[in-house]
Design a protein around this ligand. Structure first.
Ligand SMILES: Nc1nc2c(ncn2[C@@H]2O[C@H](COP(=O)(O)OP(=O)(O)O)[C@@H](O)[C@H]2O)c(=O)[nH]1
Ligand SMILES: [Mg+2]
Length: 336
């Protein structure tokens, strides 16, 4: 079971520029030879993998993509310029289907993988090219060829890049709402709960998906016993944020960490061993930050991996997101 993110878009390549019909005009030459240049080629529409994207969310805001037409040909044998291609970035793993035929056009998974989704029209020929021994003064020029147009369906298996864990009431839902730019639109979404379980974070031009893992499991429980499969999904996350309610005394915070961690160790060791950041939450409350710091010391957790935040006010959130970018980068370079 995977979450599937989907989008339908229309791509339209640019038309070719018109060929020009023109005759040389100079002093003392009443009617010179044909000198109309060719039209430029229209731009194509390309889909290209970008490692900075993780969802098809952008396609909710923009659904029609048009490349420019080629420049028309001009007199004095000047050709119109070719229009540049329109490159649409898509996340790695995007499957591209022709929406009318249902045919799979491309699996854009490899870095830099590219699909020419619609080809630009060729520019028309100007009358200068139609000169022959028997046609000294053709006034024929071609129109540009129309650019291709297609409706595409994009489909992506959504992977939760980062998982949130923590006891109930730690602030996971609040944190997820605060950091999410939006919720991905996903097929087979079995949840009707009001709180988000998946969110898309956009931070410093990096997009990634964050999942509230206990939230997912609860929701799945309500659905059709899908919890097990969600946990399988969670094993592929790059890292965890363990959210802790720092308004409690230090011993209790450390205990909360151990309860959740031990349970993961027991039932899902692969998840438990994911690189983890601690987020001591509710530091807007008096004494919470100090409590969190003491709990960190009790847990012997590296200082650099502990963040003191308030999901309610937003304090410390940017630093936490920076920490997540760093964690993701480290993971990516480990894997490569
Ligand atoms: N003071 C304060 N309260 C918070 C903060 N984050 C969450 N809460 C509150 O803590 C309670 C539990 O939060 P929730 O996000 O539902 O926790 P979850 O069970 O881990 O998803 C709610 O009443 C929140 O309003 C915070 O940063 N500061
Ligand atoms: Mg919740």
């Amino acid at each position: 079971m995977h979450f599937i993110d989907e989008a339908a878009i229309t791509v339209r390549a640019g038309d070719g520029g018109r060929g020009c019909s023109s005759f040389r005009r100079e002093k003392f030459v009443p009617r010179g030879g044909p000198d109309g240049g060719n039209g430029g080629n229209g731009g194509s529409v390309l889909l290209k993998v970008s490692p900075h994207l993780s969802t098809l969310l952008d396609f909710r805001y923009k659904r029609i993509f048009k490349a420019k037409r080629g420049q028309h040909g001009m007199g004095k044998k000047m050709h119109g310029k070719n229009a540049s291609d329109l490159v649409i970035p898509v996340p790695p793993g995007t499957l591209v289907y022709d929406d009318e035929t249902g045919v799979l056009l491309a699996d854009l998974t490899k870095p830099e993988a590219t699909l020419v989704a619609a080809s630009g029209g060729r520019g028309g020929r100007g009358n200068a090219v139609f000169v022959s021994s028997i046609r000294q003064a053709p006034d024929r020029a071609d129109p540009g060829k129309p650019g291709g147009e297609r409706r595409l369906r994009l489909s992506l298996k959504l992977i939760a890049n980062i998982g949130l864990v923590g006891l109930p009431n730690a602030g996971k839902s609040t944190l997820l709402s605060r950091i999410s730019r939006a919720r991905p639109k996903i097929a087979d979404y079995p949840f009707t709960t009001l709180s988000p379980v998946l969110g898309v974070v956009l931070h410093r031009d990096e997009e990634f998906v964050v999942a509230d893992l206990p939230g997912l499991i609860e929701g799945a429980h309500l659905g059709a016993g899908l919890g097990h499969r969600f946990l399988k999904h969670a094993e592929r996350t790059e890292g965890l944020v363990h959210v802790l309610d720092a308004s409690h005394p230090p011993e209790k915070i450390a205990e909360a960490f151990r309860i959740v961690h031990d349970e993961m160790e027991r039932f899902r060791p692969a998840i438990a061993r994911r690189p983890t950041l601690l987020a001591f939450n509710k530091t807007d409350l008096t004494g919470a930050r100090e409590s969190g710091e003491k709990a960190r010391a009790l847990l012997n957790f590296p200082e650099g991996d502990a963040y003191y935040i308030s999901a309610a006010t937003g304090r410390g959130i940017q630093a936490l997101l920076d920490g997540l970018l760093k964690l993701r980068k480290t993971r990516a370079s480990d894997a490569g």
